[in-house]
Unconditional design. Structure first.
Length: 125
């Protein structure tokens, strides 16, 4: 991420992910900043491909995807949207309170059962 908006987005996502165990941040072969847990991607971020705005894509179930698309503010992620992924419509501006919940849910979809249990137990306390 190089633009001020991209850097701000990356810092927000890093802050949210810092509370989740075993999250790894990498840059993939396409130049996307990617958040993974145990090798499974749950967040992808990029800049400059088809827009001047950064992109933020989140792993979701197909049911979640449907609801988010109906709600507005999200679009089906190109190439992987058929798997449930959604992208934030950055023109509208991200709602970080809502995104924090969606990022945690995306993490829970990708994480192994042991880590899911650990996160859910810490939330219950």
């Amino acid at each position: 991420m190089k633009t001020p908006l991209g850097i701000e987005m990356l810092e927000q996502v890093q802050s949210i992910c810092s509370e989740l165990p075993e999250v790894e941040q990498i840059v993939d072969g396409f130049g996307h900043d990617v958040m993974k847990v145990r090798g499974k991607t749950f967040i992808m971020m990029g800049e400059g491909h088809n827009s001047a705005l950064p992109s933020l894509s989140i792993k979701a179930t197909k049911e979640q995807q449907y609801l988010l698309l109906e709600q507005g503010g999200y679009v089906k992620t190109p190439y992987i949207g058929h798997h449930g992924w959604v992208s934030v419509e950055m023109e509208i501006g991200p709602n970080w309170e809502e995104l924090a919940s969606l990022i945690q849910e995306a993490y829970l979809l990708a994480a192994p059962k042991r880590l899911v249990k650990q996160v859910l137990e810490s939330v219950a306390r």
